[in-house]
Design a binder for this molecule. Structure first.
Ligand code: PEP
Ligand code: MG
Length: 542
């Protein structure tokens, strides 16, 4: 359906991943990147696919002319596959039966990829990634991804799922929202959306092919509803609900600038989580007790390659200076799982959340780890920078990281570069670390409730289907948190929690009851977290 054709109001409900209200024009996007094409006649769809394949071949020939021989070999394989008509014949048959070019192409390639992935021969298996590449290149051309501009400011993005890098490449300053048929309320995109105050709904039962580009849409992040082409009464109701939410947000905002105190006067340290240094530009450091988590992946997802020491140093230094003496806990690279980085993380792990991610990857790539540690030691000369290691399971990982830190410092000092030794702490997000917390000689501990919950409950954080199991207030998770908090209190080492549960008012009483006295939350959640803290009576907790 095209803009201009009137469509009846369509209303679907999913799950809230990030609250708030947004109204704007729809941009339907494909997982491959661009917007999904509206359906045309089969003849036109078949021609569109033929044109896209021809354009993809042109691109591959151009590329092959500019790469070395190993790259040219890969491209030669891809070219040969694309030229082979048996690859596309299933797609053309599906188009003849009324399927859109985009879907027919993806389905045909997905079936082919499945066959390669199931092969015993490792060379065959490896070819699956070439096929994925071909699939996405043609699909991208079909969707106009290479020629069309990105979504307009304030757009409501509607699609299957969104990657963190795509989220970060968008400009959300003009508003907008996200509505996904898949997605997850506890994945990284949801975390980023909450931090930026971008409304997001996941798990919508929606036929993407039936939605017109630029149709009017409303996202109501309180009731998890997406409305397309709303009627006047729906718009009025939406506006009233958005106004009421704004009023209650202003009430929470009253707490934002004050120190966090429980109802009976116990101070709680509340820091902020940062995924991009630009986030602090508009924030007053007095609203928080420091930065409890800097997710440094933002620096590494750049298409220009891995960041050098100087780029990292400048970014970390900016945060240290902003915090003006308050702690700034910077986490070393936590790539892998749902935060892949091309050329760095492994491509085809069967279980990426249980695979090569976090500290495991850093220790396997010491030159990249050492560069980050050097940048951190240099930034520590400008403020209270602390280093935090993600996904630690074994004391040995902490000790290996410490020796890399020693070497980084020795190198800097020998070269006369100003630097300071940061405190070295760990995330507690792997159950093994929580259970054996007393075996870790860490300067501080920060509980990553997002990962800890998914591992304790065996319920993936990026799966909407098991979202109910992914519950940080389950007694199994809370007991581990209480054990870590009690250990920290006993030995006098700081224990905080920087997972998303800390920013959720409904979990705060349980977290304080577990013994936590420090939380780190997204800047957008500061007011409501402090307001929830003010309602807790520590003396009355069981
Ligand atoms: C966590 O796992 O709770 C956490 C804070 O880390 P991330 O969400 O970046 O994995
Ligand atoms: Mg984590």
């Amino acid at each position: 359906m095209r803009k201009g054709m009137r469509m009846a109001e369509l209303r679907v409900t999913g799950r809230v991943a990030s609250g708030g209200f947004a109204a704007g024009p729809v941009t339907v996007f494909s997982t491959g990147g661009g917007a999904i094409r509206g359906a045309g006649e089969p003849v036109a769809e078949a021609q569109a696919l033929r044109d896209a394949i021809a354009a993809a071949l042109e691109q591959l020939w151009d590329l092959a002319a500019n790469v070395g021989s190993d790259g040219a070999d890969i491209l030669a394989f891809q070219t040969a596959m694309l030229e082979d008509e048996t690859l596309s014949e299933t797609a053309f048959a599906a188009i003849g039966a009324g399927v859109t070019a985009d879907r027919a192409w993806r389905a045909a390639l997905d079936a082919e990829i499945g066959g390669y992935e199931a092969a015993d021969d490792v060379h065959f298996k490896a070819r699956a990634s070439d096929l994925r590449d071909i699939r996405d290149r043609v699909a991208g051309i079909l969707s106009g991804a290479t020629t069309e501009p990105g979504p307009p400011a304030g757009a409501i993005l509607v699609g299957e799922d969104l990657t963190p890098s795509r989220f970060l490449s968008m400009d959300w300053s003009g508003g907008g929202g996200i509505a996904l048929t898949q997605g997850s309320a506890s994945g990284h995109v949801a975390t980023l959306a909450r931090a930026r105050g971008v409304p997001m709904i996941v798990g919508l039962d929606l036929d993407l092919g039936g939605i017109a580009q630029r149709a009017d849409a409303l996202i109501d992040g309180a009731s998890a509803t997406l409305t397309i082409e709303p009627e006047a009464a729906t718009r009025d109701d939406f506006a009233a609900r958005a106004r009421a939410a704004k009023t209650s947000r202003s009430a929470a905002d009253e707490f934002r600038t004050r120190p966090a105190l429980t109802a009976d006067g116990t101070p709680i340290a509340v820091c902020i989580n940062i995924a991009d240094p630009a986030e602090v530009e508009t924030l007053d450091p007095r609203i928080c007790d420091g930065i409890g988590l800097v997710r440094t992946e933002f620096l590494f997802g750049d298409k220009h390659g891995l960041p050098d020491e100087e780029t990292q140093y400048q970014a970390y230094r900016r945060l240290a200076e902003w915090a003006a003496g308050k702690p700034v806990t910077i986490r070393t690279l936590d790539a892998g799982a749902d935060k892949p980085i091309a050329g760095l993380t492994l491509d085809h792990e069967a279980n990426p959340f249980l695979g090569m991610r976090g500290i495991r990857l850093s220790l396997a790539k010491p030159e990249i780890f050492r560069t980050q540690l050097r940048a951190l030691c240099r930034a520590a000369a400008h403020g209270a920078v602390e280093i935090m290691l993600p996904m630690v399971a074994l004391p040995r990982e902490l000790e290996l990281a410490r020796s890399h830190l020693d070497e980084a410092l020795i190198g800097l000092q020998a070269a006369g570069v100003p630097c300071r030794r940061p405190e070295l702490g760990i995330m507690v997000e792997v159950p093994a670390a929580a259970i054996t917390v007393d075996a870790f000689d860490a300067a501080f501990f920060s509980i990553g409730s997002n990962d800890l919950t998914q591992y304790v409950m065996a319920a993936a954080r990026d799966s909407d289907a098991v979202a109910e199991l992914n519950d940080p207030s389950h007694p199994a998770v809370l007991r581990l948190i209480a054990q870590v908090a009690a250990y920290g209190a006993r030995v006098g080492r700081k224990v905080s929690l920087c997972g998303d549960a800390g920013g959720e008012p409904r979990f705060i009483e349980a977290l304080l009851a577990a013994g936590l006295r420090a939380l780190s939350v997204s800047a957008a959640a500061l007011g409501s977290a402090k307001e929830a803290i003010a309602r807790v009576n520590i003396g009355g907790l069981g």
